[in-house]
Write a protein that binds this ligand. Structure first.
Ligand SMILES: [Zn+2]
Length: 180
């Protein structure tokens, strides 16, 4: 698949340069900003390096509404996508006390506040997850999480509102892996 690498500059707020301990899981997010493109989201993460407040945010991949995929943090490095004060018991059990250090984050763009994903976004996200699950030996049914499943945050809205769609998504990844 076509992955555009537009890596962030190393900086304390979005690309700390810290190595992941291991890749145990993939975490799905929505960008939360209606109509934002993958490039705009990537540039937002980059802009955090020169902010005056202290907002920490990033993800490894961003999938746009046309199915474009931008990678802004290398797979070996930590992103700030799932940090919180508290984590769900499930996440603590599977991913430890700081899931940022063992997960890859994927942000999905969306055209409306409802948060549904375009066919192009969904297809590209399925393909990306299948690729990463194969590369890191992950089981989609067990190792693909929503941000909500890890911290309780309302993210990604579409999958929180429609849990069946998330189950379909994970099944879609498994099917795609079987085809490879
Ligand atoms: Zn999120």
């Amino acid at each position: 698949m076509n992955i555009q690498k537009e890596l962030l500059t190393i900086n304390p707020f979005s690309r700390p340069g810290t190595k992941l301990i291991v890749v145990k899981a993939i975490v799905i997010h929505w960008v939360g900003s209606v109509g934002s493109t993958a490039k705009q989201c990537r540039d937002y993460f980059e802009s955090l390096k020169s902010q005056s407040s202290a907002c920490y945010a990033s993800a490894h991949f961003i999938v746009g509404m046309s199915g474009e995929v931008i990678q802004c943090i290398p797979n070996e490095e930590m992103a700030y996508h799932v940090g919180a004060k508290t984590y769900t018991p499930d996440a603590m059990g599977c991913l430890g006390h700081y899931p940022n250090n063992c997960t890859l984050g994927i942000e999905l763009c969306h055209p409306t506040t409802e948060g549904y994903f375009t066919e192009e976004t969904t297809r590209a996200a399925l393909e990306l997850c299948a690729l990463l699950c194969t590369q890191f030996g992950l089981n989609p049914a067990r190792d693909i999480w929503t941000h909500n499943g890890i911290t309780g945050k309302y993210c990604p809205k579409w999958f929180v509102d429609h849990p069946g769609k998330f189950e379909d998504f994970k099944l879609g990844v498994a099917i795609m892996m079987g085809k490879r």
